[in-house]
Write a protein that binds this ligand. Structure first.
Ligand code: TRP
Length: 344
């Protein structure tokens, strides 16, 4: 083999650089079916196409007062649940935000490139400060600088965002551009990644609202860890309408929501679902939806139970993930400190 052949072969084998994704979820208690079908399942799928860096956002979680024991438990449980769902530490980097100090370090620096006026315009800040009027702390206000640090630290190309985080990603882009403008190209300016098959799951009793675990009525949402019998019961009590016809149409929000869930769990189109339940009642349909959801969640629940009984293994996975994250984060934070003129 000649040298050129060797080189050509080398060039062929070198894989094109995959785009990097960063995402994080706050450990704020139980995850719902809405979180699973809207975000978590997408995390799992993106792993094949992208170079993914994922974290539990526990530093973000303390912007509202937390019970320390509960916070730790929620954080570890979320980590286990995501792994049980298919987040694969062999494919992706997955760790706890608090394990990599550079998140807090970069957040401080970026805070000095974020304007008071910009933070004041964040709708999530306005909502949260109304809900937690007794604790409008500085961290709640500067939360978007920490989120920008999460993303920019890893030079992420893409960030999968729902409606509620769009404004924060916009601000992240502004901060990155501002910094790059002053110091020269330092950060990749991240783009929003529009999720391919994210289901928008609605409240089972009031489909005008999205499914949320903070709803007063536990029957309005499905938790990822709900027992199969509970899941079936909750679907049986879901609101429908009086038409007694399974079809996707305006004014049929309850049925539309169940069809969306059924479609997301089985891969069937609305048309196929309409055919399947033609001439059948809502009772049959609700049972089928319940069974489809159980079929998706039960294997995750089984794996989750195994994982949470092995704290040592989970700890090892998170530490390994954090070590890989740290290597990437270090490059960025060193560059930033140097550019800004901070003594190391
Ligand atoms: N703020 C996000 C939320 O509450 C969680 C989060 C923290 C995040 N850092 C992030 C999401 C970076 C995307 C990218 O949902």
């Amino acid at each position: 083999m000649t040298n050129t052949e060797v080189n050509n072969q080398g060039a062929q084998e070198a894989p094109a650089r995959k785009k990097r994704i960063f995402s994080a979820i706050q450990p704020s208690g139980q995850m719902t079916l809405g979180n699973y079908l809207g975000a978590i399942r997408n995390w799992v799928e993106m792993q094949d196409e992208f170079d993914c860096v994922y974290a539990t956002a526990n530093l973000h979680a303390i912007t509202v007062r937390q019970d320390p024991k509960k916070l730790k438990e929620n954080t570890l449980n979320l980590f286990a649940l995501l792994i049980a769902s298919g987040v694969d530490p062999e494919k992706s980097i997955f760790f706890h935000q608090s394990q990599v100090a550079a998140h807090a370090e970069l957040a401080w620096v970026l805070g000095t490139f974020t304007q008071f006026g910009e933070l004041s315009r964040m709708t999530q800040f306005k909502d949260k400060s109304a809900r937690h009027a007794d604790n409008i702390n500085a961290g709640l206000f500067t939360y978007p600088s920490l989120m920008a640090a999460d993303i920019l630290l890893y030079q992420a190309d893409l960030v999968p965002v729902g409606e509620d985080q769009k404004q924060h990603l916009e601000l992240t882009r502004d901060i990155a551009e501002r910094f790059n403008g002053i110091y020269g190209k330092t950060f990749v300016v991240p783009e929003p990644y529009i999720k391919k098959n994210a289901a928008r799951v609605r409240n089972l009793l009031d489909p005008s609202k999205k499914m949320s675990k903070s709803d007063q009525n536990t029957k309005s949402y499905i938790l990822m860890v709900d027992e199969p019998a509970t899941i079936m019961k909750k679907f049986r009590s879901a609101v429908t309408d009086s038409e007694a016809c399974v079809r996707y149409a305006e004014g049929k929000d309850g049925i539309n929501n169940l069809m969306e869930i059924y479609s997301a769990c089985t891969g069937k189109s609305y048309e196929q679902i309409e055919d399947e339940f033609r001439g059948k009642g809502y009772g049959d349909f609700k049972n089928a939806v319940g069974e489809a959801v159980v079929a998706v969640l039960e294997p995750i629940q089984i794996r989750y139970k195994e994982l949470i009984s092995d704290k040592k293994y989970l700890d090892e996975l998170a530490r390994n993930g954090a070590a890989s994250a740290e290597r990437l984060a270090k490059r960025t934070i060193e560059k930033v400190y140097k550019k800004v003129g901070l003594v190391r």
